[in-house]
Design a protein around this ligand. Structure first.
Ligand code: ADP
Ligand code: MG
Length: 493
């Protein structure tokens, strides 16, 4: 016996079984085709020298609710638990998608089916009179409630100590402490200072998250922690805390990838992440372009910065202009009154020769140097610069190159969705140009609320919950901090 998802190629064998099982009220071939083809549906077939049973599940994204559309078992194969096996597979799928209930309707005279559903945990909630025509038979509506896991997530990859709590795909708490201010006198994140700050912030942030969610540590079903990529010393604090909590409270632990967490953050915004998507993650530590087809199993790093991160470039250029750290918001504000076309600054890795080897990679150090040279030259020549024009022209160069490459990726991989993440997403011009270019190209732009774009514990909890809901085994306690964790590793063993 062999389960597999059905496609329209299976339509004729499905229809053969359909018309033999449902003699008086079989679906038409057209209805069945659109059922199987619908992106919201999952049809499963069971094969044994041909199709002997099938069942369909429908889940409207963001509804947290699934429906059993149909279930059929060939008369020759009855009494072997095939209906139960099909149902169990569909329920596994509903759970993995984050559904909190599954509904079905069944003929009131089909006692075998009703008792099967009851044994799987379904309860009668209603009766619809004369639902099945032309036989004039009532339908019993049944519901199975699914309690999705309560997962606590810890984030400490850079300068944010984040603790988030989710139940399945729902956000319950997102507590955060940032050590940004402590880094300001150094003009950038200092790893040792960040690690020390995590140590001081972790317990209060954990307590804040538990209070915000209104739950206690004993209620938590699993703990997730970002174990990379990030600063080693900073990661160790979050990992140490997560392992301590897991051991002390006897909870399973999931070590997850911080970057995939950013992509998954959109789950908490609308109950699901629409895939495939191109993801552009831009922060003080990362500038990464990802193609994600499956959050838990198919993410590819298309490119990343070969020198400074985008946020880092903002911070460094701010210093050149005498602005305080963090430079991003300062430059953004100053640029609002400047002319973005005043100075033509270089677009890193955008020349034809670079595009061969570094099609989706970024480089911002040449841009930073170009700004510094421009300012130095003006000073040497005794000219006064217009800082607003410099800021606007610099910002334009960063935004242009980020979005040109991201939209190239959308076009070349045939993906009509772009998701943004990271602290640089706060940039007003980045948001504006992203909106314009995506609209022009017919691409859906997703920007989660800002507290889910910057580093946070909720996205880590959410990715952990996805793993739990899909039945992945926990990580062993032996995992460590992985500064350069690859995006292909969603969970460390
Ligand atoms: P990380 O924790 O990796 O350093 P964050 O996600 O915390 O990154 O984002 C901080 C970075 O985002 C800083 O480099 C900051 O300058 C940049 N940033 C914040 N706001 C803006 C903005 N409006 N425009 C550009 N960059 C910004
Ligand atoms: Mg940060």
């Amino acid at each position: 016996m062999d389960f597999r998802g059905l496609t329209v190629d299976d339509l004729s064998s499905v229809m053969e079984l359909e018309s033999s099982v449902f003699v008086s009220d079989a679906w038409s071939s057209e209805s069945m085709r659109s059922e199987i083809e619908s992106p919201n549906n999952f049809y499963l077939g069971l094969f044994e020298d041909g199709l002997i049973g099938y069942a369909g599940l429908s889940t409207i994204p963001g509804s947290f609710s699934s429906d059993i559309q149909t279930i059929a078992v060939s008369s020759a194969a009855r009494g072997r638990g095939i209906g139960r096996a099909l149902m169990q597979e569909l329920l596994r799928k509903a759970k993995a998608q984050g559904s909190e209930q599954v509904l079905l309707e069944v003929r009131i005279d089909n006692e075998v089916a009703i008792s099967l559903y009851a044994s799987l945990g379904f309860e009668r909630i209603d009766v619809r009179k004369r639902y099945y025509q032309p036989d004039n038979v009532d339908a019993v509506i049944m519901r199975l409630r699914i309690t999705q896991p309560l997962v606590l997530g810890i984030e400490s990859t850079c300068d944010e100590t984040g603790v988030g709590i989710v139940r399945g795909n729902r956000l319950l708490a997102n507590a955060l402490h940032s050590s940004m201010d402590e880094h300001s006198k150094y003009g950038g994140v200092v790893p040792e200072v960040a690690a020390r700050a995590h140590l001081e912030a972790i317990a209060p942030t954990l307590n804040k998250a538990l209070a915000e969610a209104g739950v206690q540590m004993k209620d938590i079903d699993a703990i997730a922690v970002a174990n990379g990529p990030g600063l080693a010393g900073a990661l160790m604090v979050g990992i140490g805390a997560a392992k301590g909590l897991a051991l002390a409270n006897d909870k399973p632990i999931y070590a997850v990838n911080h970057l995939i967490g950013h992509v998954g953050a959109d789950v908490l915004e609308r109950g699901y992440v629409q895939l495939p998507t191109i993801a552009l993650l831009v922060s003080g530590g990362h500038t990464s372009l990802l193609l994600v087809r499956d959050l838990l199993g198919d993410a590819v790093l298309l490119g990343e910065t070969i020198d400074d991160a985008a946020g880092e470039a903002f911070d460094k250029v701010a210093r050149v202009l005498g602005l305080p750290y963090p430079g991003g918001p300062q430059i953004d504000k100053l640029a609002a009154t400047g002319d973005p076309k005043a100075i033509r600054f270089p677009r890193g890795l955008s020349l034809p020769k670079d595009m061969e080897k570094h099609r989706y990679d970024f480089s911002f150090s040449g841009l930073k140097t170009a700004v510094a040279r421009y300012v130095e030259k003006a000073e040497a020549d005794g000219e006064t610069i217009n800082p607003a024009d410099v800021a606007a022209s610099f910002r334009e160069a960063v935004v242009d190159v980020l979005l040109t490459k991201a939209l190239n990726a959308c076009a070349e991989f045939g993906v009509d969705r772009l998701l943004l993440g990271g602290g640089v997403v706060a940039n007003a011009r980045l948001r504006e140009v992203a909106q314009q270019r995506c609209e022009a190209a017919g691409i859906e732009l997703r920007i989660p609320r800002f507290s889910l774009c910057t580093d946070n514990g909720a996205m880590i909890a959410s990715l952990g919950a996805q793993l739990v809901m899909s039945g992945h085994a926990p990580s062993s306690l032996g995992f460590g901090a992985e500064s350069t964790l690859e995006v292909t590793v969603v969970q460390s063993p």
